[in-house]
Write a protein that binds this ligand. Sequence first.
Ligand SMILES: Cc1cc2nc3c(=O)[nH]c(=O)nc-3n(C[C@H](O)[C@H](O)[C@H](O)COP(=O)(O)OP(=O)(O)OC[C@H]3O[C@@H](n4cnc5c(N)ncnc54)[C@H](O)[C@@H]3O)c2cc1C
Length: 388
Amino acid sequence: MLDFNDTKTAFILKSDNQLRKAYWLFRLVANSSLVGLGRWASELAIKVGLPIRSVVKQTVYDQFVGGETIEECQAIIDKLQEYGVHALLDFAVEGKETETDFNACKDEIVETIRHAAKHPGIPFGVFKMTGVAAFDLMEKISAELPLSEIDERAWERAKTRVDEICYTAKKYGLRIMIDAEETWIQKAIDEVANEMMETYNQDRIVVINTLQMYRRDRLAFLKESMEHAKAKGYHYGAKLVRGAYMEKERARAKEKGYDDPIHKTKADSDVHYNEAMLHMVENLDKTMIIAGSHNEDSARLLAEKVDELKIERGDERVWFSQLFGMSDNLSFNLAKEGFNVVKYLPFGPVTETLPYLIRRAEENTSASGQSSRELSLIKKEMKRRGID
Ligand SMILES: Cc1cc2nc3c(=O)[nH]c(=O)nc-3n(C[C@H](O)[C@H](O)[C@H](O)COP(=O)(O)OP(=O)(O)OC[C@H]3O[C@@H](n4cnc5c(N)ncnc54)[C@H](O)[C@@H]3O)c2cc1C
């Protein structure tokens, strides 16, 4: 019944002009040398203070970001909701380093939760630990290096910020996802996530950790974490993704001479992703799975498993998730068939969202394969509308 090629449903929110613009954009980012050049030029432009805002705003920003402020995103959230697609507000500002920045970021995340509580259609919040804690400090903790007194205090403050975010989510009846990042800081993130789950997931899911299945150790980690939660009596929530930092991970492992933590092949990552998904959905008691992926085979596999196990399609414990501006053919068709779907809706000032935008552009080059999929779907819809 699931037809991911139903482009009428997939692009229901896009006007003819928006569709033409998306076609043009995906054609541009399909060219990996152009994306490379774009990364270099935008970084340089920011350094020397050139006004690149309007170029970015009218291209990648409009495709992948909801707006500069929470309020600016609301119109999109309302539209998504009309078609049964939920949203979550993702404050997409990255790479901050001072306590003032961390506090400001925490305040913004708390604000997204408060906003969500007042508006239906936003059942989750999300944040990155690097938004509220120093990267170097988390690297030290993950490597189990001794911490100075200053470090200890900084870590306590970071954990207090995370606690405030999770507490607010619980207070307003929301759930909060913690994104996964580089392996060399992930141990610190996992520790905080587990601590928060133990505190806030006693009666229901509030805190959700993220597991990157391109990591060779994550399937075992998932099973252990689920067992651990069961033994301690708390609910376990996981967003499963393949992982966004493969090149960086491989390069660092090579440079430092340790075993590459990432699977050797894409097929291995796929097998582990699907196995993790099935393990979760087959053990749904006190669990919640968010399948964060644009992979059609994985989405279909999970949807079919839900039906096979006679789990209701709208069961609160099973969610599909995609990023705004990508794979609308999955989001809208899954929602149309009654499955739970939540779209990540990033927001933030134009130049501050550049690292996020560059990752999206890189993910959509022809080398990664995603842009040709998006392009053929957009072309199909343009033909259907007679505007090709
Ligand atoms: C809702 C949502 C939330 C996300 N949150 C996070 C997050 O918190 N942290 C994070 O790191 N990423 C996150 N991502 C990004 C995600 O990790 C992937 O980069 C992206 O979604 C592409 O994977 P895919 O499952 O959509 O599809 P696919 O296109 O099928 O898979 C591509 C992925 O496969 C893996 N891969 C590719 N080639 C190889 C190879 N040769 N060997 C081994 N593995 C390979 C890589 O992970 C690559 O990104 C999120 C994505 C979504 C949709």
